[in-house]
Design a protein around this ligand. Structure first.
Ligand SMILES: [Zn+2]
Length: 309
């Protein structure tokens, strides 16, 4: 009799232990689900803020109002709820930051009297002049004080060149008309940095210049057509060019190569003249693209926007 009672008592202990163990395990799993909710909500908030500040930075330093509006718009498109994010413009209109906190409803932590959890996030982006980039076109524009919106000659025609034999063409991918035209059409796919020495391409190169530039102009199918006052980001008519100074000059007073001192963007406005007269002109614009920002590059209105927080 005593033995049977003892066995029954052992069974009772085991059941109690299993029951306690299950409560602990279910409780831990439930808390993990709540923790997951907090994690996901914070990740969404970070994503919304990152997208907001990066999109807003595209309009800095020129238009801080538009930068703030754009930041809100992109934050909402990327997971923020209405007015959840707060954005501010930083010093010199060169940075934008944003922060948000969100209350997350908890389902299982209620057993510990916690109905809500709070998640916070912050992001900041800045724009800085570019010191290295890819996709440049093979026109060397001599350094000058450019004025935004003004038309600048990117490649000169005969009689308008500053140096004998050199009309502004550069040798990027390699010598010859085919490489030169390819670099105008697609942009040079290698990276060029401030301080790089680039050999010049002698001669007027009128045929490949015309074909390459006409291709860039034709590829803009934006409606209305891009103008200096209103153009689409990434438009084929935006030409990224190196701003250069002459590095070596030969005995005939013709440049051998040039040194890169900065980068600028021009919206190509016209291709004029046939044969040796052909000239490419573009309007000097502020533009944000991707590229390195190391060192203290000259500011020629071409910026990179990047997250720094
Ligand atoms: Zn366009």
């Amino acid at each position: 009799m005593k033995i049977v009672t003892a066995i029954k008592s052992e069974q009772g202990s085991a059941i109690a232990l299993v029951a306690i163990g299950m409560v602990v395990m279910i409780g831990a799993a439930a808390l993990a689900l709540d923790a997951g909710q907090l994690f996901i909500n914070r990740a969404r908030l970070v994503n919304a803020l990152d997208s907001g500040v990066l999109a807003g930075a595209q309009y800095l330093p020129d238009d801080p109002e538009l930068a703030l509006q754009t930041a809100q718009q992109f934050a909402r498109l990327n997971g923020a709820v209405q007015d959840e994010c707060d954005f501010q413009i930083g010093a010199s209109n060169c940075s934008i930051s944003g922060q948000a906190d969100r209350q997350v409803t908890l389902h299982f932590a209620r057993v510990f009297n916690r109905d809500f959890g709070q998640v916070k996030a912050r992001a900041a982006a800045k724009v800085a002049p570019i010191s290295s980039t890819t996709g440049i076109v093979p026109f060397g524009v001599l350094e000058d004080d450019f004025e935004f919106g003004k038309i600048v000659t990117l490649k000169a025609g005969a009689g308008k060149n500053h140096y004998p034999g050199w009309f502004g063409a550069l040798c990027l991918t390699g010598n010859g008309a085919n490489n030169y035209e390819k670099d105008i059409r697609n942009g040079y796919d290698g990276q060029i940095s401030i301080g790089d020495i680039i050999p010049v391409e002698n001669g007027n190169m009128s045929g490949p210049t015309q074909d390459g530039i006409e291709h860039r102009i034709d590829q803009c199918d934006h409606s209305p057509c891009c103008t200096v006052n209103s153009f689409q980001e990434g438009c084929s008519r935006i030409l990224i060019v190196p701003i250069v100074k002459i590095h070596q000059i030969n005995k005939g007073n013709s440049p051998v190569d040039v040194k890169v001192v900065g980068f600028a963007a021009f919206l190509v406005t016209e291709y004029t003249g046939s044969g040796d007269e052909n000239t490419v002109k573009g309007a000097f614009v502020r533009y944000v693209t991707t590229g390195g920002t190391g060192g203290t590059p000259g500011d020629y209105g071409l910026y990179s926007a990047y997250l720094y927080e």
